[in-house]
Design a protein around this ligand. Structure first.
Ligand SMILES: Cc1ncc(COP(=O)(O)O)c(C=O)c1O
Length: 427
């Protein structure tokens, strides 16, 4: 019998396609699992371990650690990682031909797939290397005069706040950061905080779709409607949103939307996208200058010099994997996993959950504090004693460990974490 190893050995360099076929088995298993649960509602599937077992097997993980920091960046499923490696191998044959002539033009298929999944026009979507780059294109590319105001929150992402602070120093704009309690009392309260902080000089509102600190999902549409009615531009930081919970960009009515794809979409590390509303493409300066003839073309934001085609092309495989699960099922599972650990710990007298548990206000991200214990000590002990990775969040107004499971997380891993947290809270 021809073993897999001998087959690869005997076929030599022609084995690239064969390799792909071996590993694509992951996708067919997910399709089969999907067929088995056809007709069931996402909430039922969220608790179907036979289904999720198939998804868990699609990754090549180190199961000796419990990775509950999927908010940082995520491992890709095997099929996506294989696609990335395959495209790198192809590129390296003669990059000027294989990378530039063969692979690079296929970025258009990725654009088409992403635009369809994200709910926008393909001519409004630029592929970037991460959410930071996407958001900074908007933040640094909008013309602002000294004294013009940008309104955001003090729980927006540090790098994005630093970017605005640089414009404060360089362009003498004014940055206003509103504060809000965690969890917020209501979505209306958040909208009102923005509304009250608007002045006649407010030119831009920058807001997270879902915050990285406690995972609160903001009422973005309402905030964008208020801004639009006053001629204020909106930049939405969706680093944690795309691939995590269902939405369509066109329904948000924002001007700019930036996201990472190496987080919840499970695409290769070094991928993201920027949505720019059609009428804002021309007036927005790219981060790296492009020819004037491209001023109204969304691709001007992709003029970044030589870069690997492998990363952005393998996004296509991540989309297929993602769609094999489906966003509704994925979101339902994320809530199921989050609730499973929170339900086990929330009665503990020293435990305080900072994430809203109201419907539609959060997904997988949950931030929890052990009152009377410093958060870096909590995350340190989780690692030392249980090999659990969870991120310590220390904000001037609150602190807690941020816990972010993913589709590959097992119930046993969730329960181990809940047990560890209880042990620490009782110590
Ligand atoms: C809210 C938020 N915005 C932006 C970013 C930046 O994302 P990236 O690392 O993809 O540039 C992050 C990263 O964690 C984030 O959490």
């Amino acid at each position: 019998m021809l073993t897999r190893r001998r087959f690869l050995h005997t076929t030599g360099t022609a084995s690239v396609a064969a390799l792909a076929a071996f590993h694509n088995d992951g996708l067919s298993r997910i399709e089969a699992a999907g067929r088995r649960v056809e007709g069931a509602v996402p909430n039922e599937i969220a608790a179907d371990e036979t289904y999720w077992r198939e998804i868990q097997q699609a990754f090549t993980l180190d199961r000796t650690i419990i990775n509950l920091n999927n908010g940082g960046c995520c491992p890709s499923p095997r099929v996506v990682h294989e696609a990335l490696k395959r495209y790198l191998d192809i590129s390296n044959q003669a990059p000027v031909y294989h990378m530039w002539q063969v692979l690079e033009p296929n970025i258009e298929s990725v654009r088409r797939g992403l635009a369809k999944e994200a709910g926008c026009e393909l001519e409004e979507l630029a592929i970037t290397r991460n959410a930071s780059e996407a958001l900074q294109i908007a933040q640094l590319g909008i013309d602002l005069a000294p004294g013009d105001e940008v309104l955001t929150t003090n729980q927006d992402y540090g790098r994005m706040l630093d970017t605005w602070e640089q414009r404060v120093r360089r362009d003498r704009i004014v940055l206003t950061k509103i504060s809000f309690p965690v969890p917020p009392p209501s979505q209306r309260d958040l909208v009102e905080r923005f509304e009250k902080a608007i002045t006649p000089r407010t030119k831009v509102i920058h807001v997270c779709h879902i915050t990285n600190l406690t995972g609160h999902i903001f009422p973005v549409r309402q905030i964008c409607d208020i801004a639009r009615a006053r001629g204020i531009l909106t930049i939405v930081d969706g680093a944690h949103a795309f691939g995590h919970f269902p939405f369509a960009i066109r329904d948000l009515q924002c001007d700019y939307y930036g996201t990472s794809l190496h987080k919840w979409l499970l695409a290769p590390i070094g991928t993201g996208f920027l949505y720019v509303r059609a009428d804002r493409i021309q007036p927005t300066w790219p981060l790296q200058p492009a020819a004037g003839s491209r001023a109204a073309n969304i691709r001007k934001f992709e003029e970044i010099g030589t870069h690997p085609a492998a990363n952005h092309n393998a996004i296509a495989e991540a989309l297929v994997f993602h769609q094999g699960i489906g966003i509704e099922r994925r979101y339902a599972r994320m809530i199921y996993l989050r609730n499973r650990w929170i339900d086990q710990v929330k009665q503990e007298p020293r435990i305080k959950v900072h994430t809203s548990l109201r419907e539609g206000e959060a997904g997988a991200i949950g931030t929890v504090q052990i009152v009377g214990m410093k958060t870096p000590e909590v995350s340190g002990k989780l690692w030392e004693r249980w090999r659990i990775i969870a991120t310590p969040i220390v904000h001037p107004e609150y602190e807690g460990v941020r816990v972010t499971p993913n589709v590959y997380t097992t119930l046993d891993e969730i329960d181990t974490f809940a047990g560890a947290l209880k042990t620490l809270a009782r110590s």
